[in-house]
Design a protein around this ligand. Sequence first.
Ligand SMILES: Cc1cc2nc3c(=O)[nH]c(=O)nc-3n(C[C@H](O)[C@H](O)[C@H](O)COP(=O)(O)OP(=O)(O)OC[C@H]3O[C@@H](n4cnc5c(N)ncnc54)[C@H](O)[C@@H]3O)c2cc1C
Length: 412
Amino acid sequence: MRTNRPDKCLDDYDLVIIGGGCSGLSLATAICELAKTPEHVPQTLIIEPRSYYTDDRSWCFWGRKSGMDSKLIVKSWPAWEFSSNSVRHRHRSETDWGYHYVPSIRFYDHAEKILALHPKMTLLTDSCAISISPAASGIEVEVKNGISRTNTKIQKIAARQVVDTRIPDEVDFSRAALKQVFLGFEVKTHKAHQFDDVALVMKDMRVDRMGFLFDYVLPLGRDSFLIELTRFAPEYMPPESLRDGALELVRRVCGDNNYKIIRQESGVIPMGMRDFVKSADPRWIQTGIGVGSARPSTGYAFKRIQQWADQCAKGILFEGQARPFPPDSALLTWMDNIFLRAIRENPSLAPTLFMSLARGVHPDCLLRFLTDIPSKRDLSVIMRSLPKLPLIQSALGEISAGIQSMRGMQAW
Ligand SMILES: Cc1cc2nc3c(=O)[nH]c(=O)nc-3n(C[C@H](O)[C@H](O)[C@H](O)COP(=O)(O)OP(=O)(O)OC[C@H]3O[C@@H](n4cnc5c(N)ncnc54)[C@H](O)[C@@H]3O)c2cc1C
């Protein structure tokens, strides 16, 4: 068993957080930061299979530079660009919004430091939860310790509340409307590059026989980039299938023999989940990427997770009850679903849709839409900017799918 508190061996906790990833650590640090005093922090155990953290992902998001984020952000871009077929639309906010980059290792290190300052927080690494059994007296969590070794040990822990950030068994990512599949590299160039200080968030949007794809190119410094190839795929595909294309992209951006790969990252993010999980027991909250923390139409999740973590920590500290991930508004969900259905059914439409938004919508209006806070007026501007016929067809498809699923439920 590896823990940040080797002297402590409790088997009774106010709160057990399953998974010390983005959601789990965000919640734990939010509790520490919002607690009035260290004693106010609930006795908490975070269970994480990893033995140690690595820089396994880059978290980028639009927003103001504020609060916890500002300590973690290592790079911000004042402008961002969408392009397709050599046409480019560069956006810049009229307010103080930027596109920000948080390397995951900075986030993990920061979280570990905060937890170390709070004696009531225990991070148990190299361990995983293997079963959860709610009972009248509390929730029993079975934990396997030392999973990287041969002599594993099973331990039973009692919790008053559990926040579970694993992907629930009943959630099937392959049923998501689209899968955002990506693979890329952080690279250092031997010579300084000539790129502007602009985040190329959807560069060279295009379609090939496998569907819609685009490049993601972030100039991190004068001699470094994050470069990723991204696809919105209707069916699951392994990120490794993008390796050759991503390497070719790196050569295009940096020039042959002018770069060194520092690290690699890849992933599959579900866009438009069809499986909805509702916790049967209010003391056992399920959250994270498997339960809707990624915005359906974009796959962005980091900022949404921070906002949820703040709310959930307040619920735990001031009401004694963890809060689940909040659903998006019905209208936003509806628009996202129509958008995803249109791209799924006709991938060649995707560059036109994104370029119409970039061309026809004011950057601040688009930012509000992308970050889940659009006004009704913003939504109407967004709708008016998009090509009508394909979206009407997609909306009709959504209505018909809704009717069919209601019929299915009635028959059942
Ligand atoms: C490479 C990559 C880049 C991304 N970039 C962005 C980005 O730029 N912007 C953005 O908004 N979003 C991004 N995302 C999406 C999203 O923000 C991340 O996936 C985020 O980590 C999701 O948080 P989470 O808590 O749901 O999952 P995770 O961070 O994966 O945390 C889940 C944790 O549960 C643990 N776990 C699993 N099984 C068990 C078990 N049995 N017991 C205990 N613990 C368990 C895992 O080890 C893990 O630590 C990216 C995702 C990836 C993969």
